[in-house]
Write a protein that binds this ligand. Sequence first.
Ligand SMILES: Cc1cc2nc3c(=O)[nH]c(=O)nc-3n(C[C@H](O)[C@H](O)[C@H](O)COP(=O)(O)OP(=O)(O)OC[C@H]3O[C@@H](n4cnc5c(N)ncnc54)[C@H](O)[C@@H]3O)c2cc1C
Length: 390
Amino acid sequence: MQDRVLPTALGSEMSRMVAKHLGDNGVSVLTGTTVTGLEGDRESGVRAVETTQGRIPCQLVLFSVGARPNADLAADAGLSIGPNGGILVDERMRTSDPNIYAGGDCVEQKHLIGGNYVHLPLGSLANRHGRVIGTNIAGGSQRFRGVLGNFCLKVFDYGIARAGLTVEQAREAGLDPAYSLAVQPDRAHFYPGSELMFLKLIADRKTRRVLGIEGTGRNMDAVKARVDAIAAAMGRFADVEEISNLEVSYSPPFSSAMDIANTCANVLGNILDGLNQPADPEEFTRRFEGEGARVLDVRDPEASEGMRRKYGERWINIPMSQVPDRLDELPRGEPLYVFCNTGTTAFEVQRYLNARGLDQARTVSGSYALLRELAPEMFAAPEPESGERE
Ligand SMILES: Cc1cc2nc3c(=O)[nH]c(=O)nc-3n(C[C@H](O)[C@H](O)[C@H](O)COP(=O)(O)OP(=O)(O)OC[C@H]3O[C@@H](n4cnc5c(N)ncnc54)[C@H](O)[C@@H]3O)c2cc1C
């Protein structure tokens, strides 16, 4: 059993954020748990679900255990079937018999990034398949090049979207992925209704080609817009620099002048160039909890106060503007995790510290904004009063 929700659709950070949103809305999420049976009878219906974590009383059970293509008819007719049980089609949506076309949930197709065959039962794809097939059987010529697995979904008041490969899937495909975790307001920070958005951009270290994008945030259309824009470029095999300069539009009610779609690529470019030395939330939490690593919190004292009280001298607070004058307060020769509101100021300070000989400074990716979602028991603290500067 998997230890997280949506395990093949999202990487661990976004998946844990989804689980937290479910929990915040009163849904108990049990991961790594097997359903071993149902209790009830035909007359009175279901009474409980039995699991490896105990019995859960209920009146209704919904099973959501994935979908398999029903391609028996095609297989019996001698058509080629792919590794996932779906009918194999070419770019014209033709089966192995050139007089028979197929599309929708019963086919599998090449993943544009992974190169492997995948079965993605999505209405978005089925409709496009239908148009290509209709055109081709009527004598026209249209191609369907492959799939990216682009999807969006709503979890209470959060939107989630994803396209391409997760880090795990990229590794399985033999690639060497690097990734950024960008956190930024989804519209101008001063504009009413602005909410933080989280984007994870994944690219191959060697070629810098974009491999995947995942996003979440409260303004769902805004999340979908960013993921769709990056997916469109990914489908054309864009690299990180092309996403940095992706020409997305700007107006305060819709975005920042440097849109988060660009920011996530700028951060990843910095990581690939060795400028940003990131500590992802899992690594940071592990080292902070298990190895007693120390943090340099460069937020204002008010924002940092709760953490200083909680962690004592392990949580050093020096606001960014004071760092140059207080370098002698910092430990040398051991990892120092630089922490701010969203990771932007932390990166600037990390670069400054590197230039002053503190080579082991690391930027905590997403910093407070991400950690309060992923490890609230450790890092949830009162909201900072002053916003991070742009
Ligand atoms: C609850 C739910 C929510 C979904 N939400 C989304 C979403 O938000 N976004 C998204 O992209 N996708 C979504 N999907 C997936 C999407 O609905 C499917 O991918 C899409 O409908 C597949 O289209 P299709 O034409 O291949 O198959 P279908 O839409 O299943 O059509 C197959 C048709 O064939 C008919 N049929 C079956 N057997 C026979 C037979 N022997 N003879 C004649 N007719 C037959 C069926 O009655 C049916 O009308 C959702 C699916 C479900 C179940």
